[in-house]
Design a protein around this ligand. Structure first.
Ligand SMILES: NC(=O)NCCC(=O)O
Ligand SMILES: [Zn+2]
Ligand SMILES: [Zn+2]
Length: 484
């Protein structure tokens, strides 16, 4: 088997920084140490060798709000690789009433053209005994996380009784529930009021979803997860209110993971005041962008560990698709891109500013995600035996973000004009060099589905504790006769 050696670089992992060469044979890392040699050499002089990015939250070719997100598994994974993301975890989204297994078949069909590895979360968009039963089959197929929407009333939203039942089922199966935490009832009422008052522009999308809507739903989901005895992963945490609920829960020992997006960390709500309708509509997503106070809170969460990972929620729509909402902001397809730029934007705004260390950067873009989703150390690690999903990161390489040069299929970029320092020199997906600076050498179909085991250590510990403190009937003798 031919080998490759990445030479002269510095290995940066979630906990260590050290000089070493990394040798790869086939799909995996076979040796790490000084003076290694192999059939092919990749020069990493001046660079950091890091685990490839994992984006735990993407929506590729997803049917949503009357259309399909524009990046599919081909363009989406290509965009990811260009920026150093070597794995995505996408959402399989059954339409309400649809069998989970049937939806999974549809997602399997779409993902064949992926150039990088991928896994799936399953969304619970409706509830009955069939869903309860099929969740077990889904787990047996290696999909061990289930997403619940508390928003999108009348479409994807589930109620509290359904949430509690599904969380309980996750606990039984050793699976991880995820939650989109916004109070869908309140959003629907505020949306109707804003529209009735003539507030129909994209800026009203943000008014319809204030931080309180997110704080309430986050707290509710956390409490319900605690009662069900499962850990909880809160997607796209955008506000101090949601972060506060997560922080408080974690201080009490609850296993709650918060996922801010790179967009919420670096773009704020002034975008919605732009006089250009297209500019504002392109940035409509849920939750919406917030002000600087919320951004500071999210950065602080990553620094202190109360927030665990950084994702993109990549759900890209073209300008044409966004224009479905002219005259009614509630019809603008919700979602933004970010997959291609997540690492470089987070590095430039996080590591280059001193907000994050390099090791924290690796933790929140890769290793923590792999651990929470039970992919570690196959993914998220620079270790012998791990998949050779690697980035050779050049901290001196620069670019200005521009839609004109991006891989993503859409016609704009929400980070347009960002000056970035720190970009990949090489990106490897299971040992294959897919990117050399601006050149793409990816191969559609190279990406493989990565199944995940249920019952990770946190699930096991929680079930053990729940069993220990389960309600038990007190057996009594000599009970007085009733009515005496
Ligand atoms: N976030 C968003 O606006 N669109 C994607 C779907 C979702 O995650 O809610
Ligand atoms: Zn969501
Ligand atoms: Zn999403």
């Amino acid at each position: 088997m031919s080998s490759k050696v990445i030479k002269n670089g510095t290995v940066v992992t979630a906990d260590l920084t050290y000089k070493a060469d990394v040798k790869i044979e086939g799909d995996v890392i076979v040796e790490i140490g000084p003076n290694l040699s192999g059939d092919e050499t990749l020069d990493a002089t001046g660079c950091y060798i890091m685990p490839g990015g994992i984006d735990p939250h993407t929506h590729l070719e997803m049917p949503f709000m009357g259309t399909y997100s524009a990046d599919d598994f081909e363009s989406g994974t290509r965009a990811g690789l260009a920026g150093g993301t070597t794995m995505v975890v996408d959402f399989c989204l059954p339409s309400p009433g649809q069998s989970l297994l049937e939806a999974l078949q549809m997602w399997d069909n779409k993902s064949g053209k992926a150039s990088a590895d991928y896994s799936f979360h399953m969304a619970i968009t409706w509830w009955d005994e069939q869903v309860w039963r099929e969740m077990d089959d889904v787990v047996k197929r290696g999909i061990t996380s289930f997403k619940h929407f508390l928003a999108y009333k009348g479409a994807l939203m589930v109620n509290d009784d359904e949430l509690f039942a599904s969380f309980g089922r996750c606990a039984e199966l050793g699976a991880l529930p995820l939650v989109h935490a916004e109070n869908g009832d309140v959003v629907a009422a505020m949306t109707a009021k804003l529209l009735a008052e003539g507030n129909n522009g994209p800026e009203a999308h943000a008014y319809s979803r204030p931080p309180e809507v997110e704080g309430e739903a986050t707290n509710r989901a956390i409490m319900i997860a605690d009662m069900a005895g499962v850990p909880l992963y809160v997607v796209h945490v955008s506000s101090e209110q949601a972060h506060e609920a997560i922080r408080r829960a974690r201080q009490k020992g609850m296993r709650v993971y918060g996922e801010p997006l790179v967009q919420h960390l670096t773009l704020d709500d002034s975008e919605y005041a732009n006089p250009d309708w297209d500019h504002a509509a392109r940035r409509v997503m849920s939750p919406p962008f917030r002000n600087k106070m919320h951004q500071d809170s999210l950065w602080a969460g990553l620094q202190s560990g109360s927030l665990s990972v950084v994702a993109t929620d990549h759900c890209a729509f073209t300008t044409e698709q966004k224009r479905n909402g002219i005259g009614d902001f509630s019809k603008i397809p919700n979602g933004t891109g970010g997959l291609e730029d997540r690492l470089a934007v987070l590095w430039s705004r996080g590591v280059n500013t001193g907000r994050l260390t390099m090791n924290e950067f690796v933790a929140v873009t890769s290793t923590n995600i792999a651990k929470i989703l039970n992919l570690y150390p196959k993914k998220g690690a620079v270790l012998v035996g791990a998949d050779a999903d690697l980035i050779v990161w050049d901290p001196a390489r620069k670019k200005t973000v521009s839609a004109a040069t991006q891989q993503s299929a859409i016609d704009y970029n929400v980070f347009e004009g960002f000056e970035l320092t720190g970009l990949p020199r090489f990106v490897l997906t299971r040992g294959k060099v897919a990117v050399i600076e601006n050149e793409m050498h990816h191969e559609p179909g190279h990406g493989k589905f990565v199944g995940r085991e249920a019952k990770n250590p946190v699930n096991r510990a929680l079930s053990q504790w729940k069993e220990l403190v389960a309600p038990r009937k007190v057996e009594r003798s000599g009970i007085p006769a009733s009515g005496v």
